[in-house]
Design a protein around this ligand. Structure first.
Ligand code: F3S
Length: 385
């Protein structure tokens, strides 16, 4: 590939991987089982990104392994009804067409593991969305560094990634113990904990003690918030995550997190009041989350819009189970393929957004110029009913 025998695109892409490997001291390239590519929303990549992708697609670039996409800038089917601008939509469709030509599965989600791209324990993968990286490393025990858009695309086209960082046993050990002394009731509590711990550990690997139970949705909320506030790509939870019992935590520094720290985090993340819209599903909602929400909304009439962001696959299941109908009867919408952060909500008239996600609360002020109301779903529904 380096000699250009497989064409100009692979030469460039492989060169990028070799360079990365040199920088991080990789000893070799390793095959990857799957890839997840970020840099999909036209809002993030703009014309230079679109032209780059179209150029590669035209030159015949084709992926070698199962490759999924991160959320796009809009719902690819219902964008008109939801009010996405026409000129934005036209560009976003071109982006998706270029990815499809390269053989990439154009289902856009930050929860590929719920939508048909599930790695196994110990499998080497090259994923780029930070919450998906955190989930696959921590909850599944697969192995990935947090790839950038270009390095993930390179891994997809070459089928390889340099062997460094979290692909290696020695770099998966925790460096800090976090003692949790608080009852965590819902996704928002897990998000608040993640946001707080991310700020403390910054790039390190925390080992949680004291979390008695958590389902996969709560772990995805925890990991997403930690990835957003502290670039944490791997964490362990005693008795809950698969690598925790291999880890030796003797002698590690420790910090305590209790009710007060969580309360302060809620206060810090709340920068607004009276949301114009509530957007749930960061990371993209699972079927369990959609079904629980539909129960909460039965017979209600919302006064403000409510979106639930999810993958196309989950939306299809929600349609079949009648959850979509219940949510829509209350005035809400299930929005697939996109999310509150990568879609242009600031251009759609929204100024204050209600969320139950620590990650979304972290990014909305900067990326989307939003004031944020951060709370659990029950409270958010109350405010807009
Ligand atoms: Fe996913 Fe968007 Fe949140 S990509 S993790 S829903 S910011």
């Amino acid at each position: 590939m380096l000699n250009g025998e497989h064409g100009e695109v692979l030469e460039k892409m492989f060169r990028l991987l070799v360079r990365l490997g040199d920088i991080y001291g990789a000893d070799k390239m390793i095959p990857v089982g799957s890839v997840q590519v970020a840099g999909v929303s036209f809002k993030s990549i703009d014309m230079p990104g679109l032209e780059f992708l179209e150029d590669y697609a035209k030159k015949g670039a084709t992926v070698k392994v199962l490759t999924f996409l991160n959320p796009a800038g809009m719902d690819m089917e219902n964008w008109k009804d939801l009010g996405f601008p026409e000129d934005f939509a036209e560009k976003q469709i071109r982006v998706m067409d270029a990815f499809r030509e390269m053989g990439i599965v154009i289902t856009s989600t930050c929860t590929p593991y719920l939508a048909g791209n599930l790695p196994r324990f110990g499998e080497h993968i090259a994923w780029s969305e930070s919450s998906a990286v955190s989930f696959s490393n921590s909850v599944i025990g697969a192995r990935t560094n947090r790839e950038g858009g270009p390095s993930a695309l390179a891994a997809a086209l070459c089928g390889l990634t340099p062997n460094y960082g979290l692909h290696l046993d020695e770099n998966r050990k925790p460096n800090l113990v976090v003692n949790v002394n608080a009852e965590l009731q819902n996704n928002a509590d897990f998000g608040a904990l993640g946001y707080h711990v991310g700020k403390i550990v910054k790039n390190k690997i925390p080992y949680f003690k004291g979390i008695k139970n958590a389902n996969t949705d709560q772990l995805k909320a925890l990991g997403a918030a930690m990835a957003a506030s502290g670039a944490v790509a791997l964490y362990h939870v005693e008795n809950l995550t698969p690598e925790a019992h291999f880890m030796d935590i003797k002698g590690l520094e420790s910090v305590d997190v209790g009710k007060n720290e969580l309360k302060e985090t809620y206060e810090k993340l709340n920068t607004g009041e009276n949301p114009d819209i509530v957007i749930l599903g960061c990371p993209h909602a699972s079927l369990r989350e959609i079904s629980e929400l539909s129960e909460k909304l039965k017979g209600k009439k919302l006064k403000k819009p409510l979106w639930v962001c999810t993958s196309r696959v989950m939306k299809e299941c929600a349609n079949r189970m009648g959850y979509t109908e219940i949510i829509e009867n209350a005035g809400g919408k299930i929005v697939a393929d996109t999310c509150m952060v990568v879609s242009p909500i600031e251009k759609m008239g929204f100024k204050t957004t209600g969320v139950d996600s620590g990650k979304a609360a972290n990014y909305l002020p900067g990326f989307c110029k939003q004031n944020v109301v951060f709370n659990n779903i029950d409270e958010l529904i109350k405010v807009i009913t």
